[in-house]
Design a protein around this ligand. Structure first.
Ligand code: PLP
Length: 428
């Protein structure tokens, strides 16, 4: 397939935007080569500016769970646009959105809409700090919570040492306040709380780690974090920007039966528009301005067009059988990929839950971040490019989760498996 137009656009983009993109992973740096430029998207497919079609397993990094350009979502957006693009005063769709979120995710007694997942997580830790009067936060190696300063921090050497910035521009004094634990390590969490628990404002965690491929929580691990937070008066924040409405209608917290104090959302709740949200316990949320003193605001927050796209998507996912169907399709795909890799004698394993899954070029099991890092990224890169040239688009990084949408039908799964059989044979 030719990609001359994409190539030309990318050459221009490189002179105009850092790395030619508006978000780093899009630049294909870790897999090599150049990104293609999208012209349009429909259902399970992306079409590039040359007219090449790709079966898409990213879905705009999560939002497109009902498939691209779903007619109901487009109709809701079109109808809303006729009334104006933004009002700067409250609109009824914001109330409907808040009703929908609080109904689907009962731990959220109140919510605040923002414009991205990053804004949601930043606001949630400000709230945790403001409500507890403490400064330290705890996060986990391999989790991603957007690009806020407090999250761009890695563990220092030695478990209880202070965090160090992993991006220039993050003040060391702020990084000192972020403590990083190993996900699924029970004792490390216990020990950290025993030492510093009364200084810890909150713990933020992806309940299923989707930013180190796809790592599932060990049995009882999320409950352990819940118990520690309860015991020490720290705020437990589930970052469900990715898992929310993806692994179940009520998110990972519903699947695992854990009630966090705060939850952050993004991606699916915007249906493809720039949206985030955070919500949780009423007594905490009421401390947010203007009902309380903790400041957080947004010119475009609760934007009517964004609410319409999100609400239409949340409507679609409530259809009976929506998740069982997605889950079954994803299982078929994962089993097929495993069989194809086994056939070719390639070390490979998958993890996943419902419509979210991870591909690893190593033997399983994958119990934590160290296991995820065993995946052979040069093998992944060969797989990525082999699939891409056959019209199947996985994330251009070995450590990103993949997503199915309800538009991925039997035909798309079979085409994907055919491409995988050819690619694995080529790799072997
Ligand atoms: C994508 C993501 C974010 C950041 O959301 P943006 O909308 O990109 O700012 C935060 N947390 C998790 C778990 C995510 O997957």
């Amino acid at each position: 397939m030719t990609q001359q137009t994409s190539h030309t656009l990318f050459q221009d983009a490189l002179t105009l935007m850092p790395g030619g993109v508006n978000s780093p992973v899009r630049a294909f740096k870790s897999v090599g080569g150049e990104p293609f430029f999208a012209q349009s998207a429909q259902g399970a497919y992306l079409t590039d500016v040359e007219g090449n079609r790709y079966i898409d397993y990213i879905g705009s990094w999560g939002p497109m769970i009902a498939g691209h350009a779903h007619p109901d979502v487009l109709a809701a957006v079109n109808a809303t646009v006729q009334n104006g693009l933004s009002f700067g005063v409250p609109n009824a769709l914001e109330v409907t959105m808040a009703q929908t979120i609080t109904r689907l995710v009962p731990s959220c007694e109140m919510v605040r809409m923002v414009n991205s997942g990053t804004e949601a997580t930043l606001s949630a830790i400000r709230l945790a700090r403001g409500a507890t009067g403490r400064n330290r936060i705890v996060k986990f190696e391999g989790c991603y919570h957007g690009h806020g300063d407090s999250f761009l921090v890695k563990a220092g050497s030695g478990m209880l040492t202070l965090g160090v910035p992993n991006s220039p521009g993050v003040p060391k004094t702020l990084a000192d306040l972020t403590l990083t634990l190993t996900y699924n390590d029970f004792e490390a969490a216990t020990a950290l709380f025993a030492d510093l628990g009364h200084d810890i404002a909150g713990v933020i965690v992806e309940p299923i780690v989707g930013n180190a491929n796809c790592i599932l929580p060990a049995e009882g691990y999320l409950q352990h974090l819940r118990d520690l937070c309860t015991q020490y008066g720290s705020v437990l924040i589930f970052d469900e920007v990715m898992t929310g409405f993806r692994v179940a209608l009520g998110g990972a917290q519903q699947l695992y039966g854990i009630t966090p104090d705060l939850t952050t959302f993004g991606k699916i709740i915007g249906g493809g528009m720039p949206v985030g949200a955070y919500g949780g316990r009423r007594d905490l949320m009421q401390q947010i301005a203007p009902s309380g003193p903790i400041y957080q605001a947004g010119t475009l927050s609760g934007n009517p067009v964004a609410m319409a796209a999100g609400l239409a998507t949340l409507e679609l996912i409530q259809a009976p059988g929506f998740y069982p169907q997605l889950h079954a399709q994803t299982d078929t795909l994962r089993r097929g990929l495993q069989a194809a890799a086994d056939e070719a004698g390639i070390a490979f394993t998958t993890t996943g839950l419902c419509a979210m899954f991870g591909l690893y070029f190593c033997e399983g099991p994958i119990n934590g971040y160290a296991d995820a890092m065993r995946s052979d990224s040069s093998q992944f890169n060969r797989f990525f490019h082999g699939m891409l040239k056959r019209g199947v688009y996985f994330a251009p990084s070995a450590f990103e989760a993949a997503f199915l949408s309800s538009a991925h039908g039997d035909a798309e799964i079979e085409l994907t498996l055919q491409a995988a059989r050819e690619t694995f044979a080529e790799m072997a």
